[in-house]
Design a protein around this ligand. Structure first.
Ligand code: ADP
Length: 943
């Protein structure tokens, strides 16, 4: 039976909970304090009041603790602080049946109806055993972790008590322990307070202990692992420091005794057992010293030096062997290996001597002639280019003779005496003469702009002041026409290092600009890599295949990055994401190459000066093969001209039957194959006979007489099939046939190579439709339709139809026309096949054939006018290679033939320049082959 009574109850502020057996001290305000004193004084026995936790500022918990008021302390004086201190001792749980009469506030004395729960029997053994176990475990771990001895003793004592305490005192013990652990959460404590039954109390206490023990364990583990890793790092750091110190001492010792440093580069190992693999520490130290020296060599106050110093300091703080250390070191290696134009090491590296040479241009011309045959116009253009580079460089040098500009001396009002300015920077490379000059001509050195506190004049740092902004050359032409090797020749002529960056298929901006350092395995882009390889700030960098660079995509915009590289206005501060310090590229001479101009973006084209290389005639190819390719291949394969002689007809056969290209790359490959074949033959012969010197090679008859192995120097045309296999181009020539509906057009492929393209048409039963196939683009399709319309409108005049109103595709039989351009997988576009398609339709519908030696190109309008087209030189050379003898070209393209097509080719071909479709038909089919009804004037006005 529970007893109900009205009690004065003290509300405890959150998070205070008084559990039975526990003691607390509270501070109360004057009103509550004085009331409590009144109650104490009125009570005959020791006063017992209720306590109840306030779960929120206005509500109270349903369970509380009856507490003995042990002590109430009045404030010492009647000062402003009116705080009463009360000590309470928890006795037993009490229940407040009605807690809804609020609102309640903390630290108040209220009157509440309270019930004492009935006395509970002894707890069941099922709840006692786990309780004891959990409590012991928790107390043991608390004792272990306790930092103070006294606390540890208390925990141990309680732990003993748990083992000894009787079963019916176990719930009391639970109260003692729960009250004693201050890490238990408020909600858990409230819940525990509500557990009136002894079993319930033990169960909740057990849960709390288990929870607490696992929290402690986890916390302990985390702390331990942090501790471990920290101590390992510290240990490693100290050990490495010690190691470095020992190494230093040893080095000093060795140096002072004059003995070679063991493991130092170049020194002989002191004992047989040491090897370069043991030199880790030493080479590490050497590397670091090298990086340090390079940083020191960087220009003072330069961005790159500041960055390098910052990173160097970071590096010193990080234990070597850590990942971070490797990353920073790698970065520093890159940063210091870039040839910074401002650096003292490169300040005088520019090869101006070569440019100053009066014979520079003549030498350059010689160099170009030595490396390349023909290409007269291009060489002329390159010489002009080099002349501009030279003039600009010399002019720039005259303006800024050294790193520090010399200006006439005009003493300012508060001028320091000469030489008093300590901040003057030493002039790199300035010798005694320069100093004399200062005295004599009353010139003073102006401090380096970078050292000036006031804004520097618009002159770039150090070497950059001499920047030469020559035009950027863009070599356009088919593969193998010598674009790359011309770039190399220019570099040789200027005596600068040459680097090539291939841009074909570059889709990711990071390939040009580098990855940011946050990336795993990040590194600089191709420009920085090329600069490092060149080792000088002024190399010639060839950007190969700029037409094949990717446009803007989700990896960034590589073309835009390239623009920044090439733009003379921007490239003095090129930003590589990895290096992250602006790099001055204004010294670099960029040369671009591309196969065609079509896919190059307009802004990029705008920055370049285009130099067209359009391929070689057979005659030129023969010269190149004789003078350059054959000697090169012989040398590459360890033979001399005495070993192999290719007859001229054999060379020509290779050029005409084994290659069909504008350039000479396949030709070079084929010659290489022949030379290798001969090399094997020679090796076998020389092994068999013991003759190693080609000069002592007996004549063929003598060789044959000896009945052994034979070796013949001469390679003749008929042997080529044995060496190179069956010729690739024989068949196509045979297949070029004269046929109804078939006409040969002229094309330029994506590679910039010219050639002939058959245009096939055929009539099939149908409904008057035109079908176009062969991967055709919009423009070429339209010009096909246009051609057919022209033929339809002239069908009557060409005697295709009997009446002007008849559609040739419907009368006499309804047909469809199918036009196909072979090599169906290759994309074709452009208007230049217009006249060829018209001729094909005319041939199909009239039955007359265009001879197979005729090829044509030109755009046709609806009125039958023939418009000019591009790529004439490539197309004509392509036609020449295909052994076409008559070429029909637009009238407006006459100048292109005159200017671009070599005389030798012009002499071998017949050119017909046409203005109208009628002229085309006459030239293509032959005079008088097609019948005309005449009176074209009426036709035209009708159109
Ligand atoms: P591209 O860069 O235009 O594709 P390359 O410069 O690589 O062509 O030239 C291919 C090869 O042809 C090189 O070995 C080069 O020396 C040679 N070559 C090209 N044109 C000439 C020429 N006019 N005279 C001598 N050799 C040439």
């Amino acid at each position: 039976m529970s007893r109900s009574t009205l009690l004065p109850v003290l509300t405890l502020p959150n998070p205070l909970v008084l559990l039975p057996t526990a003691r607390i001290q509270l501070s109360l305000d004057e009103a509550v304090g004085t009331r409590l004193i009144e109650l104490v004084q009125r009570s005959e026995v020791q006063l017992v009041i209720g306590t109840v936790p306030c779960t929120s500022p206005t509500t109270i918990h349903q369970w509380g603790t009856a507490a003995r008021v042990v002590r109430v302390v009045r404030p010492i004086s009647r000062s402003s602080q009116r705080v009463y201190h009360v000590t309470l001792h928890g006795l037993s749980r009490i229940h407040y049946p009605d807690t809804s009469s609020g609102p309640f506030a903390p630290n108040e004395l209220i009157e509440l109806q309270a019930e004492y729960p009935p006395a509970d029997g002894p707890p069941s053994p099922e709840s006692i055993a786990p309780f004891r176990a959990a409590a012991s475990k928790l107390l043991d771990s608390l004792a272990q972790d306790a930092t103070q001895q006294s606390r540890r003793d208390v925990y141990v004592k309680i732990s003993h008590m748990i083992e000894e305490v009787s079963d019916d005192r176990a719930p009391w013990m639970a109260d003692v322990i729960v009250a004693g652990i201050n890490k238990i959460e408020y909600a858990d404590k409230l819940e525990y307070l509500s557990a009136a039954g002894s079993d319930d109390r033990l169960r909740r206490a057990t849960e709390l202990f288990v929870k607490q023990a696992s929290i402690t364990e986890v916390t302990k583990k985390i702390a331990q692992s942090i501790d471990e890793s920290l101590s390992k790092q510290q240990k490693e750091f100290f050990l490495r420091q010690q190691l470095a110190a020992i190494q230093r001492e040893l080095n000093n010792l060795n140096r002072s005794s004059g003995a070679p440093i063991v493991g130092a580069p170049g020194s002989a190992p002191s004992s047989g057992s040491s090897s370069e693999l043991d030199d880790n520490e030493q080479s590490e130290a050497d590397d670091m010293a090298e990086i340090r020296a390079k940083i020191e060599a960087m220009a003072k106050d330069s961005e790159e030096r500041k960055m390098a110093v910052r990173e160097w300091k970071r590096l010193q703080r990080i234990p070597s062997g850590s990942v971070e250390h490797g990353v920073i070191r790698n970065y520093l290696e890159w940063l210091t290996s870039i040839p910074w134009p401002s650096s003292a090491a490169y300040a005088n590296a520019a090869s101006t001597d070569k440019l100053k040479d009066r014979a520079f241009l003549a030498n350059a011309r010689k160099q170009l002639d030595e490396d390349h045959y023909g290409l007269e116009k291009i060489k002329k253009r390159l010489i002009e280019y080099l002349a501009v580079v030279r003039l600009k460089q010399l002019q720039a040098e005259r303006e800024a003779p050294a790193d520090t500009a010399l200006v006439p001396f005009t003493p300012p009002a508060n001028a320091e005496p000469e030489g008093g300015n300590k901040s003057h920077r030493r002039v790199e490379g300035a010798d005694a003469e320069a100093k004399d000059e200062v005295k004599d001509r009353r010139l003073v050195k102006v401090p380096h702009p970078a050292n000036q506190p006031t804004p520097a004049p618009k002159q770039k740092r150090g070497f950059a002041a001499k920047a030469v902004k020559g035009p950027i050359l863009l070599f356009v032409g088919p593969p193998g026409t010598g674009k790359t090797s011309l770039g190399q020749s220019i570099a040789r002529a200027l005596d600068r290092p040459f680097q090539r960056i291939s841009l074909g298929g570059v889709r990711d901006e990071a390939e040009i600009r580098g990855h940011r350092r946050t990336y795993v395995a990040s590194g600089p882009g191709s420009i920085v890599q090329a600069l490092r390889k060149a080792g000088r700030p002024d190399p010639v960098i060839l950007l190969d295949e700029v037409d094949k660079i990717g446009q803007s995509n989700f990896h960034g915009d590589p073309a835009a990055a390239l623009l920044e590289v090439l733009d003379p206005e921007q490239n003095h501060s090129f930003n590589d994401h990895y290096i992250n310090v602006p790099i001055d590229l204004s010294q670099v001479l960029f040369i671009c190459t591309s196969n065609s101009l079509e896919t190059i973006s307009a802004p990029l084209l705008d920055r370049c000066e285009i130099v067209q290389l359009s391929g070689y005639t057979y005659d030129e190819k023969m010269h190149i093969a004789n003078k350059f390719l054959l000697p090169k291949q012989l040398k590459a394969n360890g033979l001399t001209p005495d070993h192999v002689t290719l007859t001229q007809p054999a060379l020509m056969h290779i050029a005409t039957h084994y290659t069909r290209e504008a350039g000479v790359r396949s030709l070079e490959r084929a010659i290489g194959a022949v030379v290798r074949y001969k090399a094997v033959e020679w090796a076998e012969y020389s092994d068999a006979t013991g003759i190693t010197d080609v000069a002592s090679l007996p004549s063929l008859e003598v060789q044959e007489k000896s009945k052994g192995k034979t070796y013949k120097k001469l390679v003749e045309e008929h042997e080529l099939e044995k060496i190179l296999g069956i010729a690739r181009w024989d068949e196509e020539e045979l297949h070029r046939e004269e046929r109804r509906g078939l006409v040969y057009g002229l094309v330029v492929t994506g590679m910039g190579e010219g050639g002939i393209l058959p245009i096939e048409t055929t009539a099939v039963p149908g409904t008057g439709q035109l079908k176009l196939t062969g991967s055709l683009g919009e423009v070429i399709k339209e010009s096909g339709e246009l051609a057919l319309s022209w033929v339809k409108s002239h069908a009557y005049d060409l005697y295709i139809t009997k009446l002007r109103s008849q559609d040739p595709l419907k009368f006499p039989e309804p047909i469809d026309i199918h036009l196909h351009l072979p090599s169906g997988a290759v994309k074709k576009d452009g208007p230049s096949a217009g006249i060829a398609m018209t001729c094909a339709f005319v041939s199909l519908l009239t039955g007359a054939c265009v001879p197979a030696n005729v090829a044509m190109t030109g755009e046709v309008t609806l009125r039958g006018r023939v418009g000019p087209v591009g790529g004439i030189k490539e197309k004509v050379l392509g036609a020449h290679r295909a052994q076409v003898t008559k070429v029909i070209l637009p009238w407006a393209n006459r100048k292109d033939v005159e200017h671009d097509v070599p005389l030798a080719v012009r002499a071998e071909m017949q050119f017909v320049f046409v203005r109208t479709m009628e002229e085309v038909l006459e030239a293509a089919f032959g005079k008088g082959v097609l019948n005309w009804r005449g009176n074209m004037v009426v036709m035209e006005s009708r159109l």
